[in-house]
Design a binder for this molecule. Structure first.
Ligand SMILES: Nc1nc2c(ncn2[C@@H]2O[C@H](COP(=O)(O)OP(=O)(O)O)[C@@H](O)[C@H]2O)c(=O)[nH]1
Ligand SMILES: [Mg+2]
Length: 314
């Protein structure tokens, strides 16, 4: 039987499970572009939980250098790992990404490491709009761990905490002033605080003041938060960081996992509900509705929402 283009593109969950990197890469592209068979693939995935580690912080603090050094720790332990680097679309061709590529290049032929850059497309804060789906593909494909590097600017890094089992927040000795001005929220999300570039002056003082001020800035149990000093370029402190990541991985509470799953379901349900909402159709319905002297935008929106809800439950 001739193979149709759709069949050629479609990927079966059983095949993805083998973890072949080419298939994984194709599956991610398929899902990113909502290509033919993407939804069927997602619906046939086996639900698996894989520890997801977010690495975030302001630009230039050394997130990629740390990620690169951490990859060495994971692979040294024989762990199979997927790394997603998420960068704002605007700087997709910038030197920063080029630098990351050169740095991470040494992993490209390593059978234990799958690396993919994703654009953030400006939605969901610093994350990619299909990030939940992409991480599910990776979990299904048999990776032991998923690492996500996201650039944190202002409030955007908050979103990684809705996705990751643990968040490594990277700062530098000069971050003291930034923290004062950083929007509330950023300090909330860190499970591990890394003071990188500790070869620079003021690292010890910064760490001390960070530790003493953390009580006021987080709702977490402060004895559960870890602080680590690193010099990523010299791989100093990286083994300690790896150990801390493993410790947290081993004791993520079922409550937190369920919270993350709730977040995911919430996002998906809202995207399913919004999917049928055609802007053009909405324009034309409004064209009619707004002529009614009794028109009210709130009642209008409510009725549209209820209508799409009814359709879904049929
Ligand atoms: N002095 C010093 N420089 C570092 C250290 N870690 C990273 N860098 C440098 O900081 C710059 C930004 O690092 P990068 O990993 O790209 O930061 P990212 O934007 O947070 O991913 C690069 O030039 C790194 O070589 C460190 O521990 N000490
Ligand atoms: Mg980077």
């Amino acid at each position: 039987m001739p193979v149709t283009p759709d069949q050629k593109l479609s990927i079966k969950a059983e095949v993805l499970k083998n973890g072949d990197f080419h298939v994984v890469a194709r599956a991610i592209s398929l899902v990113e572009n909502s290509g033919p068979g993407a939804e069927e693939l997602l619906k046939s995935l086996q639900h698996t939980h894989v520890p997801l580690i977010g690495i975030t912080g302001p630009p230039g603090v050394g997130k990629s250098t740390i990620t690169d050094a951490l990859i060495k720790q994971f692979t040294g332990d024989g762990k199979k790992l997927a790394v997603l680097c998420i960068d704002p679309s605007s700087s997709f061709h910038s030197g920063a990404i080029l630098g990351d590529r050169i740095r991470m290049n040494r992993w490209y032929n390593n059978p234990l490491v799958f690396i993919r850059s994703l654009a953030s497309r400006g939605t969901m804060g610093g994350l990619n709009p299909r990030i939940f789906q992409i991480t599910d593909l990776l979990a299904h494909a048999g990776f032991d761990y998923i690492l996500i590097e996201t650039v944190g600017v202002g409030q955007t890094e908050v979103d990684i905490s809705r996705l990751a089992d643990q968040v490594v927040l990277v700062l530098v000795p000069e971050s003291g002033d930034d923290i004062q001005t950083m929007k509330s929220g950023i300090m909330e999300i860190g499970d591990i605080f890394v003071v990188n570039k500790s070869d620079r002056p003021g690292a010890d003082q910064f760490l001390t003041s960070l530790k003493s001020s953390i009580h006021y800035q987080t709702t977490k149990q402060t004895d559960e938060i870890k602080f680590i000093q690193t010099i990523a370029t010299e791989e100093k402190g990286i083994a300690e960081l790896y150990k801390a990541v493993m410790e947290i991985t081993n004791k993520v509470s079922p409550g937190r996992s369920l919270k993350l799953l709730t977040q995911k379901a919430w996002q998906l349900i809202s995207s399913y509900r919004m999917r049928d909402l055609d802007n053009n159709k909405l324009y034309h319905s409004l064209e009619q509705a707004a002529k009614d002297p009794d028109f009210n935008i709130y009642r209008f929106a409510k009725s549209v929402a209820e209508e799409s809800g009814l359709q879904k439950s049929q």
